[in-house]
Design a protein around this ligand. Structure first.
Ligand SMILES: [Zn+2]
Length: 432
């Protein structure tokens, strides 16, 4: 029987191919009818203008936004209706700096004792958490020793194997010898590194090529590397690369049309990275006006990740951490006044992604208007990712990535913590 069953397929194909005048007509199925959804909003936030459209009706056709209709409009026949009249609807948020492969807990243990399989499962769980927290797109900036797992996770989400946001990924990130964890082990013991180590311009180029070969959308490098004392004092903040190395890295990425994100705490690294032609400066704790001006002139995005240092300062409330947070806020406020392109990214990973909406709260606390903060996590981040044609706004033709929140985030930014509905690409996630 087994043998017969195995041959049933090819025999059938043969019969179809030779029998009848047009066998194809019998086997071709008509395409499925479009899936239409209609979202009745309490109010719809136009993130470009800040206007709230009461009672708007958003029509979604398959994975795209089809129309945005006025209050009182009738949903099309056969549409699945979602009653969001108690909520404010806005585009799905973007977190432009995440680490799905990094979890709370001991960093060395994650790299030394946890298998890649375990770390990947945890990352999949983080991706789901981001999505349910209203983040329908993330830029995941390095796996911290988990190699190319982020590229696999990105693709598994696209293939519908696990739920999660749309992802752009940086894979391993790059630093130089002596300038990234794990450090401090006996020299005769080989331990994994949280990044790919490269020295000299040609090794930079090779590392970039390898990472792109294995799926990197972005190249990330460490412009400087720091050590924190347990009290929060930054000790030994040093630029990791020569200008020649940074230039080679960015040039190689550009040849393959990959943007570059540079981790820079200090001014020296940020200045060199900006000169080299990076697309974004990450963190930027202590930047001078002259460097901010150079970033502005070159259109470099500033992704401050305020949350990361706030979380550390709360966990370790010392004068040293307060100094870090205060200095960072000062840089942020000057960047805001100088009208830099400020992106929203939380650095969530070693603290839970559920806190991610906090980045917007911290921006608002530091003086950014609520609308501008929401724009950072929608329009600006979409542009940073080069996806402004598909995400970041509720507009016909864009992907149907929408969230509904309880309250008005323009009046109370913390409303973004009260996510009551998440749609990504026309599909609803969560159990609400
Ligand atoms: Zn980070």
């Amino acid at each position: 029987m087994k043998r017969l069953a195995r041959f049933a397929g090819p025999v059938l194909v043969l019969v179809l191919a030779v029998g009848g005048s047009s066998p194809r007509a019998e086997v071709t199925k008509p395409p499925p009818p479009p899936k239409i959804s209609a979202l009745r909003c309490g109010r719809l936030l136009d993130v470009r203008s800040g206007s709230l459209k009461e009672g708007a009706l958003v029509i979604v056709r398959d994975d795209r936004i089809d129309k945005v209709l006025d209050a009182g409009s009738k949903p099309p026949d056969g549409a699945t209706l979602y009653d969001l009249t108690a909520y404010t609807v806005l585009p799905g948020l973007i977190d432009a700096h995440t680490h799905t492969f990094l979890q709370p807990g001991d960093y060395d243990v994650q790299l030394l004792k946890q298998s890649l399989a375990r770390r990947t499962l945890q990352a999949a769980n983080s991706a789901r958490t981001f999505l349910l927290a209203g983040f329908t797109t993330i830029r995941d900036l390095e796996t911290e020793g988990a190699l190319y797992g982020d590229a696999e996770l990105r693709d598994a989400i696209v293939d519908g194997i696990v739920p999660g946001p749309r992802m752009q990924v940086a894979t391993r990130a790059i630093s130089t010898t002596g300038n990234y964890a794990l450090l401090g082990y006996a020299p005769e013991v080989t331990v994994p590194k949280g990044v790919q180590i490269a020295d000299g311009p040609w090794e930079m180029r090779k590392a970039v090529r390898e990472q792109i070969e294995h799926g990197a959308d972005w190249i990330k490098f460490y412009g400087d590397y720091r050590k924190f004392a347990p009290t929060g004092e930054i000790i030994d903040l040093r630029v990791t690369m020569t200008q020649e190395e940074m230039d080679a890295l960015v040039d190689e990425a550009a040849r393959r049309h990959r943007p570059v994100a540079a981790h820079c705490y200090g001014d020296d690294a940020a200045r060199a990275a900006t000169k080299a032609g990076v697309r974004s400066i990450e963190h930027g704790l202590f930047l001078d006006d002259a460097t901010l001006k150079m970033m502005l002139d070159k259109g470099v995005y500033y992704c401050p990740t305020l949350t990361a240092y706030q979380v550390s300062a709360e966990e370790t409330p010392t004068p040293a951490w307060k100094k870090v947070v205060d200095g960072h806020r000062d840089t942020f406020q000057r960047a805001l006044r100088m009208r830099l392109k400020i992106a929203s990214g939380s650095d969530a990973g070693d603290f839970p992604p559920a806190n991610a909406a906090r980045e917007l709260e911290l921006m608002v606390e530091a003086g950014m208007p609520a609308l501008k903060a929401i724009q950072a996590a929608t329009l600006v981040d979409a542009e940073l990712l080069g996806w402004q044609d598909r995400v970041g706004a509720v507009e016909p033709g864009k992907l149907a990535d929408l969230i509904a929140v309880e309250g008005n985030p323009l009046a109370d930014i913390a409303a973004l913590r009260r996510i009551r509905f998440v749609m990504k690409g026309g599909q609803v996630f969560g159990e609400r």
